[in-house]
Design a protein around this ligand. Structure first.
Ligand SMILES: NC(=O)c1ccc[n+]([C@@H]2O[C@H](COP(=O)([O-])OP(=O)(O)OC[C@H]3O[C@@H](n4cnc5c(N)ncnc54)[C@H](O)[C@@H]3O)[C@@H](O)[C@H]2O)c1
Ligand SMILES: O=C(O)[C@H](O)COP(=O)(O)O
Length: 411
């Protein structure tokens, strides 16, 4: 088993928001024993306290790792988002601190796509209202306002991993799919690009949103866009709560312009299952409200737990940053007969020659060297034939180079 310059048993892993038990098993199987597991996100103060002691943190979509929080993370070497979205992490601040961020970019794609297809069918049949009436002792057996999805137009906003999957599933039940994206995308199946967002909104019977949270997608769907949607159409949002102006949506539903909505994500979400949920959409019979469970299936969570924990273990044990979202990517081989030095630094002139100086002065043989940079940081990995003591001395010398962000030794 690979070892690190810091005893592995003392490497503290902080796991929040009830990430899958698989993650814990993956860490334990790799020799990580100090695992602090929480089923909820933590209040800001407690998060700052705990992150100050953690070497690795695993979160889901709720925990906000802002620059302010990360400033407390003195020991942190890596962040794992046990989900697709990484908007909850200040990626630039993490990068500037030499901390790679990993996620699971595909593991819950199918789960979201299935839920959205089911919601599209339910909304078009007006099932949410009928279900609510039955629960209250009502009985409104009527076809009025109920439609098949066959031959209806599904408008997908954000034609990425989830958007394309939904397009394919929707075509399988006979829907016509149009999509809008900010970059040119290969259309799968019979899907066709729309002529911009407005065109999509004007043509679709069902609009479904699958964009990331960015400054550009904030309130992408506001009063003006809702007004453009066809009368009697429905909106599904399983992307991020900030993408829709929720008050404007409530108004469009109240006025009857939209026939229904299915909303899984909210501008403000409760911290955990014991906290109250408040929304202007609560109490509307024609709205399906779900507590951000688009990716919450056992299959998806199992896969995510394993995938992200394995990426964190690999980085901690071996230094590989393959698929990190904010970091130069290096895919490193094992190093059974070498000591490995990892050096993360600001990308500034002269730093590489100082790193090389350290090795040439130490007189050790370099077995392999890997370098990746981006405009902000550089990541150098050097495998050397050296004793443990020499590797420790090299680490101290490398850490003293001005511009160093993080430095580790692996044995
Ligand atoms: N509800 C849930 O539980 C759940 C689960 C998984 C993912 N998500 C959310 O869904 C989002 C999409 O996931 P994905 O895996 O499909 O991501 P993705 O990156 O594969 O696709 C996103 C697409 O949106 C496009 N896009 C970005 N800005 C846009 C804009 N302003 N207008 C139109 N298109 C734009 C991108 O070009 C890309 O094609 C994630 O970022 C995450 O926030 C939610
Ligand atoms: O980004 C994601 O993958 C989803 O929003 C799911 O987030 P969650 O892990 O908090 O359910």
């Amino acid at each position: 088993m690979a070892t690190t310059s810091f005893p592995k048993s003392d490497i503290r892993v902080l796991l929040l928001e009830g990430v899958s038990a698989n993650a814990v098993e993956t860490f334990r199987a790799a020799g990580y024993e100090s695992i602090d597991y929480h089923t909820k996100s933590l209040p800001d103060d407690e998060l700052k306290q705990r992150i100050a002691e953690a070497h690795i943190i695993g979160i889901r979509s709720r925990t906000q790792l802002s620059a302010d929080v990360l400033a407390h993370a003195r020991r942190l070497i890596a962040i794992g988002c046990f989900c697709i979205g990484t908007n909850q992490v200040d990626l630039a601040a993490a990068q500037a601190a030499g901390i790679p961020v990993f996620n699971a970019p595909y593991s819950n794609t199918r789960s979201v796509a299935e839920l959205v297809l089911a919601e599209a069918i339910m909304l078009m049949r007006r099932i949410p209202e009928k279900n609510a009436q039955c629960h209250r002792g009502g009985w409104s057996k009527s076809a009025a306002g109920s439609f098949e999805v066959r031959d209806k137009v599904l408008g997908v906003v954000g034609y990425g991993h989830i958007g394309t999957q939904i397009g394919l599933l929707a075509e399988a039940v006979g829907m016509r799919v149009i999509f809008h994206d900010v970059i040119t995308k290969l259309a799968l199946g019979n899907a066709r690009p729309s002529d911009g967002l407005d065109d999509l909104l004007e043509r679709a019977d069902i609009v479904t949103l699958h964009v990331p949270e960015t400054p550009q997608t904030r309130d992408l769907i506001g009063a003006e866009q809702l007004a453009r949607m066809r009368k009697g159409s429905v909106l599904i949002n399983a992307s991020r709560g900030t993408v829709v102006d929720i008050d404007a949506l409530a108004e469009a539903l109240r006025s009857g312009h939209l026939a229904g909505a299915a909303i899984d994500v909210f501008p403000v979400e409760p911290q955990g299952n014991d906290d109250p949920f408040v929304s202007p959409l609560a109490g509307m019979d024609n709205v399906i409200l779900t507590p951000h469970v688009g990716g919450s299936t056992l299959e998806a969570q199992d896969n995510i737990g394993r995938e992200v924990a394995a990426k964190l273990v690999r980085y901690s044990d071996n230094g590989s940053t393959l698929s990190a979202v904010n970091f130069p990517e290096v895919n490193l081989p094992e190093h059974p007969s070498s000591r490995r030095l990892l050096h993360i630094h600001r990308n500034q002139p002269g730093i590489l020659s100082q790193i090389n100086d350290v090795f040439s002065k130490a007189g050790v043989n370099i077995d392999g060297q890997y370098l990746q940079t981006n405009p902000t940081i550089g990541y150098v990995v050097v495998d050397v034939s050296a004793t443990r003591e020499q590797a420790d001395q090299l680490k101290v010398a490398l850490a003293a180079i001005p511009g160093t962000l993080r430095c580790r030794a692996l044995y």
